[in-house]
Write a protein that binds this ligand. Structure first.
Ligand SMILES: Nc1ncnc2c1ncn2[C@@H]1O[C@H](COP(=O)(O)OP(=O)(O)OP(=O)(O)O)[C@@H](O)[C@H]1O
Ligand SMILES: [Mg+2]
Length: 431
């Protein structure tokens, strides 16, 4: 079905011309002290896309902090080594500029990975270790690693290593615009709070005037993100998915409604429309959205459609929204063991409506059910959330314990979290 008649097409053409004249999204790389004077403009003109593979949790967290010194870079975290050559190939297909690997969890396997990944030639491989063992250093060098970083990380040395990697990047890759972040909210169970958090998180991201943020309601067909934000949309996600053959940034812009907070919204339909989207249509929509927006926030609901799509495969982070009740924790456990044990998207667990010892479930039991500690605990504040629904004013435009936490989540997602002070240590294999 064509959603636009001929007069709409004329409007769209006018808009298309406007779009063609607009300059591309720019990526800022100089916001952190790491990069201030050392990051040449020619190199900083495109963000680096970095995969961090670190089974050792503490070391990975330290590496993450050191690497997020630059807010412009696209960083994806893996909590285990790729278990098979197929997984390594999948990693290579993602076209990362840099792969950073923890040596200490399993040095022999890590060395094999270094060799496999660096043999592609296009990727800079860096390794990190708590020990500066000269034998290991030589073996890493022979396997193809370009940088050997030791813990605790020194921000300046990491920054210099990134500059060298940027300089080594093939010219066509350096000029390619990095895809926007894909930040997905998945409810462990209906009513867990995925929509409330996705909407407010997107509004928080949209407060940065240098970043374009889009919220996509993929909780089809009954998603209510638009309702939460108090907006009425003429077109919907289904219109985008039905028109993938002509879906581009210009067409997408016709379907989007801009909320007063600055966030763009691709809403679920206002009326019930039975529709089954293909995986290819979802992938195309996300590809187009990420070409044009710095942040694409997805409300995925809790229905687990589209697990074969980029939503699961390519999300920069998936926020699993759960609560501290037994059914929610049980679902979370099943979802984590099904989708988040191997190499895959970065999982961040959010316990919503959190009250210490609520329903008799203590933190230690929660962590056990979730197989790891939750990154975020959002307090239970029904009056504040209800007020938002009645006034259609996002929580993150005001100040409250919930809004402070969601803003913190947004800052962390864009790499603006604080970097701990580190001691100078670590060296490069090559100049
Ligand atoms: N932190 C919170 N404190 C109090 N109430 C909350 C909180 N988060 C969400 N709620 C309320 O819980 C209800 C469900 O929230 P929401 O619609 O965001 O969940 P959902 O996971 O998107 O649900 P659905 O499965 O319907 O999509 C809403 O009435 C919302 O106002
Ligand atoms: Mg919802």
């Amino acid at each position: 079905m064509d959603i636009f008649d001929s007069s709409d097409r004329a409007d769209m053409q006018a808009q298309e011309t406007k779009y063609a004249g607009r300059s591309d999204r720019t990526v800022t790389t100089d916001s952190s002290p790491y990069f201030g004077s050392q990051y040449p403009e020619s190199i900083g003109s495109a963000a680096l896309s970095i995969a961090l593979i670190g089974p050792g949790e503490e070391r990975r967290a330290a590496a993450m902090s050191a690497l997020t010194g630059s807010s412009g870079n696209e960083l994806r975290e893996f909590s285990s080594y790729p278990p098979s050559p197929d997984e390594v190939n999948r990693l290579l297909e993602q076209q990362y500029d840099i792969v950073v690997i923890d040596l200490d969890s399993d040095p022999e396997y890590a060395l094999e990975l270094v060799e496999n990944i660096s043999s592609s030639g296009a990727i800079t491989v860096m390794v990190y270790s708590e020990k500066s063992d000269p034998d290991l250093l030589v073996r890493c060098m022979r396997a193809g690693a370009r940088e050997f970083l030791t813990l605790p990380f020194d921000g300046n040395l990491v920054a210099e290593a990134l500059v060298r990697a940027a300089a080594r990047r093939p010219v066509n890759k350096a000029s390619k615009k990095a895809a926007g972040r894909l930040l997905t909210f998945l409810g462990a169970k209906g009513g867990a709070g995925a929509t409330t958090l996705a909407c407010n998180f997107a509004v928080a991201l949209a407060q940065d005037p240098n970043q374009k943020t889009l919220l996509i309601d993929l909780d089809l067909p009954l998603g209510d993100a638009a309702l939460n934000l108090g907006i009425a949309a003429e077109y919907s996600t289904i219109n985008a998915l039905q028109s993938t053959s002509r879906l581009d940034a210009s067409f997408l812009s016709q379907l989007i409604v801009k909320h007063s907070s600055g966030v763009s919204v691709l809403a679920a339909p206002g009326k019930f429309i039975p529709y089954e989207a293909s995986d290819e249509a979802i992938d195309r929509l996300l590809e187009v959205a990420r070409q044009d927006f710095d942040n694409v926030v997805v409300d995925w609901g809790s229905r687990l459609d589209f697990t074969g799509t980029a939503v699961l495969r390519e999300s920069t982070a998936i926020y699993l929204v759960t609560q501290a009740g037994i059914p929610e924790l049980r679902n979370s456990n099943r979802l984590i063991s099904q989708f988040f044990t191997g190499a895959g998207p970065r999982l961040e667990i959010v316990i919503n409506r959190y009250e210490p010892r609520s329903m008799g479930v203590g933190d230690e039991h929660i962590a056990k059910a979730l197989t790891r500690p939750a990154q975020w605990k959002i307090p239970n504040d029904y009056p504040a959330v209800r007020k938002m629904q009645i006034n259609a004013t996002p929580l993150t435009l005001g100040d409250s314990p919930i809004s402070r936490l969601i803003k913190q989540m947004a800052r962390a997602a864009t790499g603006q979290s604080e970097t701990p002070a580190t001691k100078k240590k670590g060296f490069s294999l090559f100049g």
